[in-house]
Design a protein around this ligand. Structure first.
Ligand code: ADP
Ligand code: MG
Length: 629
């Protein structure tokens, strides 16, 4: 066979620099591309020869001393003609389109997950060699070499067995791929579920090899049965891709084991949804609902996206609705056009349909469980509610599906739907839902509602702030409103004095107390009201209008630096002994200390005191004890 040289294709000159520049940060995908090409070659060979004498496999070998990585497969191989056709002429699939779309676009707009194929090797190699031998009878082995992906040399090869070995001489700036750990980790990530067996091996330096060989010889002498010739060969994809099995053939234990293995979680998931559809698109996957580890803050999900068992990326938000990112799972869409930019994916009707389908299946699961296993569903609610609520706020269709399965947990531990709550508390507060955002802190107000036999629900997740407003206008219940337990004191205020003289007396008392508290607290804008509360033991409540409180909470969450003025009203309890005593108490330090303490206690039952407030509270408490002792 004559040696030939040439240029790869007219496109390659334009493409190679782009590949190198743009994909710099994602260069480890060459491993995925080369291993998946090996798998493809095996699939082709299997069509003519389903069972071969030697196990079909792709073997990746790292040779740190030589500075090389080898990708060897015993697949179909290539003839001289095929090399020319598939390697030389097609620089990579869709080359022209690629150039058209991405020239001039900056890296940020690029998905970074192209079906780059064989040429991705040049992102890391200063020289790429293909040694291949076709399955065709009498085929001559071929050797193809190129240093830059633009010029090549073809000569007769040295391969004796059917298949292909691709050797990369790693470039100076890609030496990280000479680290065993780096290669293994990359293989695990991208090739962990590939359809053909993938193995990894590291060539030991000559001395170690000799020792190992000697050790082996000794061993062979002693126990002849075990003679491992390649002791460090690691099977990369030994966990089967469970999502490809029919749901009816998977056991609960299999799902759980898969979850533990793939996500390295030791705790079982709550439940899972197995996605399995062939038409109108091909989509398989398993989504797990993890157990909630901390009740607020951001929960990190992890959705691994595969394309025909080849890992593509984690958490691609264009394909998976963002609220589903709180889950853990695997999604496999073999037909997804991944060699395109993110902006394309965002506007692609196909991707939208995929995403809608996934959402619908998740909603189906929730609705199904609510309908047939309400008790189990309630048990999961504490863990899943932030996710479900987030989904409702984000996705109108999802909300539409699950709206009747949304639960509200009461302070007594019951789980009610909105209509159940309204029916149960009918005639008490109209269409008002009373909630606590911090049941421990707000215990005093909660107790007063409970005394009136009004259910208080707990809405303490970060998402609840948005969710409450969302439900008010989306639930389709005329006049529905949510109010926090400290939004007003009307419910537990006793009837006002009937006659005018008595009313006047209350008014005068209120004025006295207003002046007293303003001075004691050091806040001239403080609003004070005097009311008789149902609960004598509570001296005062601090109430804050629901809407303005929500507004200021929002500001806090979204990091507004300016502090909203707080429009509080201090409701003093006329029926409480301390308040009565304050009315007649002598002017002086003690009276002011008590008033300030009453104010702080009321404040503490709505929110935590801030740093200076705590300092003041503590030193005042000490002073008061000192007076008592
Ligand atoms: P794609 O895999 O999308 O076709 P690639 O650039 O990865 O694009 O590969 C181009 C072509 O080169 C393949 O379609 C195949 O025909 C051939 N090829 C690459 N690697 C191998 C291999 N290991 N064995 C046999 N043929 C291969
Ligand atoms: Mg390929």
């Amino acid at each position: 066979m004559a040696t030939t040289k040439g240029n790869i294709s007219i496109h390659a000159q334009n493409i190679m620099p782009i590949i190198k520049r743009w994909l710099y940060s994602d260069k480890d995908i060459f491993i995925r591309e080369l291993v998946s090409n090996g798998c493809d070659a095996i699939v082709k060979q299997k069509m003519v020869e389903p069972e071969a004498a030697e196990e079909y496999r792709v073997l990746v070998t790292l040779d740190p001393a030589a500075g090389e990585l080898h990708f060897d497969d015993n697949g179909i191989g290539m003839t001289d003609e095929e090399i020319k056709k598939y390697i030389n002429q097609v620089a990579f699939s869709g080359a022209e389109e690629f150039l058209k779309n991405y020239e001039g676009e900056n890296k940020g707009g690029i998905i970074g997950h192209f079906g780059l194929g064989f040429y991705s090797a040049f992102m890391v190699a200063e020289k790429v060699t293909i040694q291949t031998r076709s399955d065709q009878e009498g085929a001559t082995p071929v050797c193809w070499e190129s240093q830059d992906g633009m010029k090549y040399k073809i000569s007769e090869g040295s391969r004796t067995q059917r298949g292909t070995t691709i050797t990369l001489k790693l470039a100076e700036d890609a030496k990280e791929f000479l680290e065993e750990y780096k290669v293994r980790e990359t293989l695990n990530r991208y090739c962990g579920f590939m359809a053909q067996p993938v193995y990894f091996e590291v060539v030991k330096p000559a001395e170690e090899k000799k020792e190992a060989a000697e050790g082996e010889a000794e061993q062979t002498a002693q126990e002849t049965e075990t003679a491992p010739n390649t002791p460090e060969r690691k099977h990369i994809n030994d966990t089967p891709a469970l999502w490809l099995k029919q749901p009816k053939d998977c056991t609960d234990e299999e799902y759980k084991e898969f979850y533990r293995k793939v996500f390295h979680v030791y705790e079982d998931p709550l439940f899972y949804v197995h996605l399995n559809v062939d038409y109108p698109f091909n989509l398989k996957g398993i989504l797990y609902f993890p157990k909630l580890t901390n009740d607020f803050g951001t929960r990190e999900g992890e959705i691994k996206l595969f394309s025909g068992q080849v890992f593509v990326a984690t958490n691609i938000k264009e394909v998976i609705p963002d609220f589903l990112m709180l889950l853990k799972g695997v999604i496999d869409c073999p037909d997804l056009p991944l060699n395109v930019s993110r902006s394309f994916l965002q506007n692609d009707g196909y991707v939208k349909k995929l995403s809608a389908y996934i959402t619908r299946k998740v909603a189906d699961k929730l609705v199904g469980m609510f309908g047939s296993e309400r008790e189990t569903y309630e048990k999961y609610w504490d863990d899943i509610h932030p996710f479900v609520k987030y989904g409702c706020v984000r996705d109108a269709k999802f909300f539409d599906q699950v709206k009747d399965t949304l639960l509200y947990k009461t302070t007594k531990g019951a789980y009610l739907t909105l209509s159940e709550y309204l029916a149960k508390n009918e005639g008490k507060l109209g269409k008002k839902v009373v909630y606590a955002s911090d049941p421990t802190r707000q215990a005093a107000s909660i107790t007063m509602y409970e005394q009136k036999e009004i259910d208080v629900v707990v809405l303490d997740a970060l998402i609840d702030l948005n969710f409450v407003s969302f439900i008010e206008y989306s639930a389709g219940v005329e006049g529905l409103s949510f109010a926090r337990v400290d939004a007003d004191a009307a419910t537990f205020t006793k009837e006002d004095e009937a006659d005018d003289a008595a009313k006047e007396a209350v008014k005068a008392e209120q004025e006295t107390l207003t002046a007293l508290f303003k001075a004691a607290v050091g806040n001239d804008t403080l609003t004070v009201e005097l009311k008789t509360l149902t609960d004598e033991a509570t001296p005062a409540l601090l109430v804050q209008d629901e809407q303005s409180r929500r507004f200021s909470d929002m500001n806090k969450i979204y990091g507004q630096s300016f502090k909203m003025p707080e429009h509080h009203t201090l409701v003093l309890n006329r029926g409480n002994a301390i308040v009565q005593r304050l009315l007649t108490a002598e002017e002086g330090e003690k009276r002011d200390l008590i008033a300030a303490q009453v104010y702080d206690l009321a404040r503490m039952s709505t929110r935590p005191l801030e740093k200076e407030e705590i300092t003041a509270f503590l030193s005042r408490s000490t002073k008061l004890l000192d007076m008592l002792a």
